[in-house]
Design a protein around this ligand. Structure first.
Ligand code: G3I
Length: 366
């Protein structure tokens, strides 16, 4: 009996050491701790912790969170005089409990607006809306949300301003107003302009001009979000690198805010995330309904590895890299631009198992 106790203690200690060591080499957030935050986007179910296995994966791998949908205008501000903070409160509490970096997505966006917002007709009404919307939401989470996407996707592909209810009623002043209102509501939170394809030359130029304009008018812009809904073959590492350097040169932090990589056919050469682009499906367009062939799995791993190598090279300019979802089964890319395909854009498969791409990113830091 006397001998058994020390033996048990030794075995327990060994298990503990192994477990700690294993956690150290196998967690993304740990291996990239000194480089940048590693984030994920959470669905409503994940915020409510409905699936214990998914929840423990989130806690193990990520140290930053974005709400995939629940903070968008239609959900958080469904009627003119009604806000719904039920899920947002849970989201923020979740991040705090787990000591995570919390990012707010998104205050001003032409998409997923509540129907009443699309009816706003003139500048007086729009000014009142923006003041109420931004001030109410940002003040409520003052000191608790680390950064906000103040404006999302305001630009066309050629770098000009996208037509929207905001532009139609207020002209380009709405961008300046939005950043000023957010800064007034919480002076310490970081304010981002977020978009897709803004690593492409024309849109990059447009983004830089926009940020300069907002800053020149007295607005505070701390960072630019490059969404990074990317493909196996594009964008090129050269354009990504040029973007990191160009944005950094105008004094803003760079965050990769919605990273995923589609592996499915894209005959239309679609880039980015314009959800209004939809096409008919066919078997040819959904080539891997059961599983991803090893050869493509390898390509995905190589692509992620190349991208992260570049991110590490510029880690001093990059604040956060967030994946758009936790695992393949939940990705929006299963439904865009064709509904019901099986895509494999993230690091964990539908069974929550790490893919080759995950191992490649861990290996980069060995
Ligand atoms: O509104 C209904 C809701 O009432 C219903 O309960 C639910 C049931 O499925 O569907 C709801 O709407 C869906 C919504 O997500 C919330 O789940 C929409 O049909 C669906 O189109 C919507 O898709 C989201 C999309 O933004 C909308 O634009 C995706 O999940 C989300 O991943 C995607 O995220 C965007 C970023 O916010 C901005 N950048 C591009 C990115 C990818 O499109």
């Amino acid at each position: 009996m006397k001998l058994i106790k020390p033996c048990l203690l030794a075995i327990t200690a060994l298990l503990f050491v192994n477990c700690t060591a294993q956690k150290k080499i196998s967690s993304l957030k740990d291996v990239y701790k000194k480089d940048f935050y590693i984030g994920t986007a959470l669905s409503a179910n994940q915020i409510e912790q409905k699936d214990a296995k998914v929840n423990s994966l989130i806690c193990k791998e990520f140290n930053a969170i974005t709400a995939e949908n629940i903070m968008k205008s239609m959900f958080i501000h469904p009627q003119k005089d009604k806000y719904d903070f039920a899920l947002t409160d849970k989201f923020v509490a979740y991040g705090k409990k787990n000591k995570m970096y919390i990012h707010g997505h998104t205050l001003i966006w032409h998409s997923q607006l509540a129907p009443w917002m699309t009816q706003i007709k003139d500048s007086t009404e729009m000014k009142a809306f923006m003041k109420d919307h931004i001030t109410t939401i940002v003040s409520k989470y003052k000191g608790r949300i680390d950064s906000w996407d103040v404006v999302n996707e305001a630009l066309n592909e050629d770098g000009t301003l996208r037509k929207s209810v905001f532009l139609n009623t207020l002209g380009e002043q709405y961008l300046i107003d939005a950043f000023k209102l957010a800064a007034a509501a919480d002076p310490k939170t970081d304010l981002y302009y977020n978009d897709y394809n803004n690593e492409e030359p024309a849109k990059r130029e447009g983004t830089i001009n926009l940020i300069k304009k907002i800053k020149a008018a007295g607005g505070k812009v701390d960072g630019v979000g490059i969404q990074a809904h990317w493909r196996l073959e594009s964008p090129s590492l050269e354009e990504i690198e040029k973007s990191i350097l160009a944005y950094s040169a105008i004094g803003v932090k760079v965050a990769f805010t919605e990273l995923d990589i589609t592996v499915l056919p894209n005959p239309w050469d679609l880039k980015g995330a314009d959800v209004n682009q939809n096409f008919e499906g066919s078997a040819k367009m959904n080539p891997y309904p059961e599983s991803l062939p090893d050869s493509v799995q390898e390509k995905l791993a190589q692509r992620y590895s190349d991208i992260f190598k570049l991110f590490l090279k510029h880690k001093d300019k990059i604040s956060r890299v967030t994946f758009w979802g936790v695992y393949d089964g939940q990705s929006w890319l299963n439904d865009w631009p064709i509904k019901g395909r099986t895509n494999y854009p993230l690091l964990f498969d539908t069974q929550l198992k790490p893919k080759k791409a995950y191992n490649a990113l861990i290996d980069l830091k060995k």
